[in-house]
Write a protein that binds this ligand. Structure first.
Ligand code: UT7
Length: 323
């Protein structure tokens, strides 16, 4: 017998304020046509003044717990993946913990757009080694707070939001027929710092800073790295691309999603897409997309679901789950 981590509930939260491409075209030299053609993005949600990452995370977590049918007493671990915490410290996860009335332990994981995969992998390890039985894994971001709203190359690409899953230990027999997380793979390459970073921080500038990105270079690496890491989780489980029922990618650019699906011969209707409505919500994008596909009935018990992401650092990773 072996312990597997199973996703038993999903939830999400998007701020009420929707900003369209045309709205942005009034602020910077851009157009709906350019943004849609180059990225697939049509709109994004932006947090209200005073609405923080922990507020978004809390709302998504409540919905995931309700969906899973668990209460605060059942949760013994909370991990929040975020690059836009409420404060430098303490962790946003401890704020969420306090509002939910959860005991146990809580901390943040920082791997930018790959944060949810890093957090899911970490929670999976705590569950498998017995330190936690039921975990909340949340991706939550307010990227609107770190964008340079004068820079058309970046400000049109991102949005705010949060998604959460409840992960619970279940007994499996150790084979690839088990339900739950069957494989995780993580990577990072610190030498690519200058291609995607924030030009501020407590220790360097004592400011929050703004996001800076060499878009074309990031795009090129994303396509290669994502294909590589998907191949790894397939090899780990002995599965083939044709076994994948749902690809739930980090939502950075429709062209990256299309290229990844094409590489593996995955048809477009098996790729969960939210980038058109949410834009890039960094660590929140995978759990937001997952919650949508689970709640509208696309993802069914027994399905093979591959989650993958790539982001600043660089960091990248994938998880393969039998639903
Ligand atoms: O989540 C983390 C991972 N992030 C990513 O995966 C992002 C990956 N990168 C991308 O998605 C794409 O590279 C972008 C969407 C960021 C940019 O698309 P691109 O096709 O690589 O465009 P580009 O940067 O090569 O720019 C093409 C042209 C440039 O003009 P010139 O130099 O050809 O005259 C840009 O100045 O488009 C111009 N441009 C814009 N025009 C209108 C750049 N941004 C805009 C804009 N509106 N918002």
């Amino acid at each position: 017998m072996t312990t597997r981590s199973r996703i038993i509930g999903c939830g999400s939260y998007l701020p009420a304020n929707v900003v369209t491409n045309d709205d942005l075209a009034k602020r910077v030299d851009t157009s709906d046509e350019w943004i849609v053609a180059r990225t697939g993005i049509r709109q994004r949600h932006i947090a209200a003044e005073g609405e923080t990452t922990s507020d978004l995370a809390f709302e998504a977590a409540k919905k995931a717990m309700e969906h899973a049918g668990v209460t605060s007493e059942d949760i013994d671990l909370i991990i929040v993946a975020t690059a836009t915490p409420d404060n430098t410290f303490p962790a946003t996860a401890t704020k969420v913990q306090n509002r939910l009335g959860v005991k146990g332990f809580a901390f943040d994981v920082q791997a930018v757009c790959s944060g949810f995969i890093y957090a899911l992998t970490t929670a999976d390890m705590y569950i498998r080694n017995g330190q936690a039985k039921t975990a909340l894994v949340i991706g939550a971001e307010t990227f609107s707070r770190i964008l340079d709203w004068e820079d058309r190359r970046t400000c049109v690409l991102f949005g705010d939001g949060a998604g959460a899953v409840v992960l619970q230990g279940v007994e499996g027999n150790g084979t690839m027929e088990d339900v739950g997380i069957l494989a995780n793979r993580l990577h990072s390459d610190g030498s690519k710092y200058e291609l995607l970073y924030v030009d501020g921080g407590p220790s360097s500038t004592q400011t929050v800073g703004h996001l800076r990105m060499e878009g074309q270079e990031v795009f090129r690496h994303a396509v290669t790295n994502l294909a590589g890491v998907i191949r790894e989780v397939l090899a780990d489980t002995g599965l083939e691309p044709t076994d994948i029922d749902w690809l739930v990618p980090h939502q950075a650019n429709q062209r990256i999603l299309d290229s990844t699906a094409r590489k593996f011969g995955i048809s477009k209707d098996k790729v969960v897409v939210t980038v058109d409505r949410h834009a890039n919500t960094s660590a929140a994008s995978i759990p937001l997309a997952l919650a949508e596909a689970v709640h509208d009935g696309r993802v069914q018990r027994g399905d093979i679901v591959v989650l993958e992401a790539m982001g600043g650092g660089f960091t990248w990773g994938a998880s393969l789950v039998r639903w």
